[in-house]
Design a protein around this ligand. Structure first.
Ligand SMILES: [Zn+2]
Length: 323
């Protein structure tokens, strides 16, 4: 038996254990001719009748499931369980006492979600049932074999909604799923030097000033500014560094530092770039999370005994803004 994770489980006994299995091939919608919550529908099935549906849906979108979808329920006459073992999944929906009102927006949304789940879970095909036994989606009065003595259920307004909104909504959402969560497009920042940056000996840390801005979709970098990313955000990227005149074995250190405006707040660990003589190149990873109000700068320190020149510093990062 299958239980829809989007519904509250109000299991009906003994029906849930004792009624025969079905292979669900249809989904049939009803109006219950009462303004009931899903829980009240459950109580009615439990206390007053043994003709039940699989699901109940209140005006507010409260959805209850009473019987697994691979067990027979009794709302659809000959569609409940056919001789070939197939059957219909049924839902009773809250309505006024005349069965004349339309589904609320919350009911429409839940009907669509449930329809998509039934399509994915049981392979119910995305079509309106062409005959009483044809696999697909329908409403109670659509086929005479689904109601013992004939019925107007679920009412004209809801038949129109089913045809124009609910069923097309199931098809659209089942075939064009929304992007998975986390599928947001990150911001992109790409900055660099315009003029070489002399780095005197002595070990002090100097912020890299990024005069070139090739991309900055988050707008975190100001013209000729040092800050590349502003919090709250997390980011991942790299700094590609080119240094001339750094002797073999000597080191330029790279570190990320957090500032609040112009005020230094925190340093992160240093990364050593070892000289190779001539032109030294290195790529330094930049991955960090920044709190609100913090700006990230890259700072360099020349540990060698002689001046060196940073001829290239290209920062490239994907930035995920947090709220
Ligand atoms: Zn009905």
């Amino acid at each position: 038996m299958a239980w829809y994770p989007g519904a509250t489980k109000y299991e009906l006994q003994p029906e849930s254990d004792q009624q025969p299995e079905i292979r669900p091939t249809q989904f049939i919608a009803h109006s219950i001719i009462a303004p009931w919550t899903a829980k009240r529908v459950y109580e009615y099935w439990r206390d007053s009748t043994n003709l039940e549906s699989h699901f109940g849906l209140g005006y507010e979108g409260d959805l209850g499931q009473f019987i697994g979808t691979e067990t027979r329920a009794d709302a659809n006459y000959r569609a409940n369980l056919r001789p070939d073992g197939t059957g219909a999944v049924s839902i009773e929906t809250a309505s006024n006492l005349e069965g004349s009102d339309p589904w609320t927006p919350a009911q429409v949304e839940r009907l669509i979600e449930l329809g998509v789940w039934l399509h994915r879970t049981h392979g119910i095909p995305l079509r309106i049932c062409r005959t009483a036994s044809d696999p697909g989606f329908g409403y109670h009065r659509l086929h005479a074999d689904w109601a013992k003595d004939g019925t107007d259920c679920p009412g004209d307004a809801r038949v129109r909604q089913f045809t124009e909104v609910v069923f097309p909504g199931i098809v659209a959402r089942a075939t064009n799923p929304p992007p998975a969560s986390g599928g947001e497009v990150p911001n992109y920042v790409n900055l660099g030097l315009k003029t070489p940056m002399p780095l005197p000996p002595g070990g002090g840390f100097t912020s890299v000033v990024f005069e070139n801005e090739w991309s900055d979709t988050a707008g975190d970098h100001v013209p000729n500014g040092s800050v590349a990313v502003r919090g709250p955000a997390s980011f991942t990227g790299s700094l590609s560094l080119t240094v001339s005149d750094l002797p073999p074995g000597e080191v330029v250190q790279v570190r990320m530092s957090e500032y609040d405006g112009g005020t230094w707040k925190a340093d992160h660990p240093t990364h050593d770039v070892a000289g190779t003589g001539g032109v030294t190149t290195a790529v330094v990873p930049l991955v960090k999370r920044l709190g609100p109000g913090r700006g990230m700068r890259v700072r360099l320190s020349n540990q060698a005994g002689q001046p060196v020149t940073v001829v290239g510093a290209v920062l490239t990062a994907l930035v995920f803004k947090e709220s």
